[in-house]
Design a protein around this ligand. Structure first.
Ligand SMILES: Nc1ncnc2c1ncn2[C@@H]1O[C@H](COP(=O)(O)OP(=O)(O)OP(=O)(O)O)[C@@H](O)[C@H]1O
Ligand SMILES: [Mg+2]
Length: 265
């Protein structure tokens, strides 16, 4: 590597470490660093972002990092779990409604695209969004326009959309459950957050950090890993990823007052 390239690369690694420190991101695997680099680079562009990755890999943390690194950081950030809102109310939640527009609409209500104007909306589990809502979202992304449920008045909004999914959206779009045009619109900049089993070298780092955090919190003894226990941790598939490791260590350090070796399963 030439001297200039080496110095640029060193600066880049330092900047990345600062971001990790600021947001409590642990890990140094090339795949995590790559995802983080893309997030940092895309942050200031105002483009829509699609974050892909298994449950518990840190998708929401990534969305918070992107918001915090933009000029929108002083405005609102809201996370909406599209999979947790019933199909009958999601349009109203996101875009608002007029009084009397449906049974129970006793007052008019602002939706998130109105209240978060100037900020960022994180749409988690975007693959669960109903098709009708997808059409409304596409209109926001293409023209910055939306209409409250039961209204005919077009309103303007300036909201950055960050979406996340733990499914393969392209397959959803091929089977007609997700609009292809919306998929391509959101996927302008894809970020794939790697699973824990694809970056095993990060497991001991995460382990040490969580043990230190939770033993401080519960004033408990620390957990020691011998070679055998380390091997078990590294070979376990971690289907719940970082969240699973964090919850496991929280549980153990909350319950124990003694040093222990962790049995998995
Ligand atoms: N690299 C990391 N370092 C430290 N903590 C992390 C890291 N990645 C994720 N976490 C922690 O793991 C937990 C799960 O992260 P997050 O909620 O962002 O996952 P997710 O991908 O959105 O999951 P889901 O698909 O289930 O919504 C959080 O407590 C988060 O702080
Ligand atoms: Mg999430």
């Amino acid at each position: 590597m030439c001297t200039l390239c080496a110095s640029v690369s060193q600066q880049f690694n330092m900047d990345l470490q600062l971001i990790k420190n600021r947001f409590g991101i642990i890990g140094n695997s090339p795949s995590l660093n790559h995802a983080l680099n893309v997030a940092v680079q895309v942050a200031n562009t105002d483009l829509s972002v699609l974050i892909n990755g298994e449950s518990g890999v840190g998708k929401e943390v990534f969305s918070q990092i992107i918001h915090a690194l933009t000029a929108r950081k002083h405005n609102s950030f809201i996370a909406v779990n599209c999979g947790a809102i019933p199909e009958g109310t999601i349009d109203s939640e996101l875009f608002g409604h007029e009084k009397g527009s449906f049974t129970g609409a006793v007052d008019s209500r602002k939706g998130y695209f109105e209240t978060v104007n100037g900020g960022t909306i994180f749409l988690d589990e975007i693959g669960e969004m109903p098709l009708g809502t997808q059409a409304r979202l596409l209109r926001v992304l293409e023209a910055g326009e939306y209409i409250r449920v039961g209204s005919s008045k077009v309103q303007k909004t300036d909201v950055r959309v960050i979406a996340a999914t733990n499914k393969e959206l392209i397959e959803h779009s091929q089977s007609g459950r997700f609009r292809e045009d919306l998929y391509y619109r959101l996927n302008t900049v894809p970020i794939r957050v790697p699973s824990l089993r694809d970056r095993k070298e990060d497991i001991p780092l995460l382990f040490r950090k969580f043990v230190s955090d939770f033993s401080d919190k519960y004033k408990s003894a620390t957990v020691q890993l011998d070679d055998e226990a380390k091997k078990v941790l590294m070979n376990y598939p971690w289907p719940g990823n970082v969240r699973e490791l964090k919850i496991l260590l929280n549980k153990y350090l909350c319950l124990t007052k003694e040093k222990l070796l962790l049995p998995i399963n």
